[in-house]
Design a protein around this ligand. Structure first.
Ligand SMILES: Cc1cc2nc3c(=O)[nH]c(=O)nc-3n(C[C@H](O)[C@H](O)[C@H](O)COP(=O)(O)OP(=O)(O)OC[C@H]3O[C@@H](n4cnc5c(N)ncnc54)[C@H](O)[C@@H]3O)c2cc1C
Length: 170
């Protein structure tokens, strides 16, 4: 995922430090004119788009594949994602934790297989009981894309591939 902006990086850095939902902040008035292009509508791109939209940016996400909701998810990375508590915190802030958890399976630990063919269970977090949540990559992608589609100041453009980019000085 890459972020391209049409404003000086220093301005963007300042705005990214603003808390979420800070629309009343006078600095936010400036953001109305800001446009951000995010390249890649996989996992990180949509999350960044949602955070930036909440800070007042107008975001366009360019994804070079076709819309997986219409054409099916093109895998590549085969096995499920293991969502950690850190990831859940970000999803919670965006109001997506419940949707993701309801499509996930909790993984509390792992089995260690020994040479003598015995195995033993090892909890990920015996102290606080935290665990990982397994979710198919395509399902998580779909949840994120559905929210992007419903968010006013976000636009997703499929079948558009970034071919080259020019780095501008600050
Ligand atoms: C085998 C494997 C297993 C993993 N398991 C886990 C796990 O269990 N838990 C975990 O947290 N992480 C896991 N990861 C890491 C996780 O996949 C990545 O951190 C995450 O997918 C990165 O998200 P991303 O949006 O940057 O990339 P991606 O999810 O790959 O999305 C990138 C998107 O950008 C698009 N794109 C690429 N180039 C262009 C272009 N030029 N123009 C337009 N669009 C473009 C692609 O089509 C794609 O949709 C795993 C990675 C691998 C390889």
């Amino acid at each position: 995922m890459y972020v391209y902006t049409m404003t000086p990086q220093s301005t963007v850095n300042l705005l990214l430090k603003l808390p979420l939902h800070s629309a009343s902040n006078s600095q936010m008035k400036k953001t109305v004119k800001l446009k951000i292009a995010i390249i890649g509508g996989g996992l990180v791109g949509p999350i960044c788009a949602l955070y930036m939209a909440r800070r007042g940016f107008h975001v366009t996400v360019f994804e070079h594949r076709r819309d997986p909701r219409d054409w099916g998810f093109v895998g590549g990375r085969s096995y499920n994602l293991a969502v950690s508590h850190r990831a859940l915190r970000a999803l919670r802030e965006l109001g997506l934790e419940k949707d993701v958890l309801s499509a996930s399976v909790a993984m509390n630990g792992r089995y260690l297989h020994q040479l003598n063919r015995k195995y033993k269970a090892l909890l990920y977090d015996p102290k606080d009981g935290q665990c990982l949540y397994s979710i198919p990559r395509g399902v998580l992608n779909r949840i994120l894309l559905d929210v992007l589609t419903k968010t006013n100041n976000i636009e997703i453009v499929f079948e558009h591939k970034l071919l080259a980019a020019k780095r501008l000085a600050n």
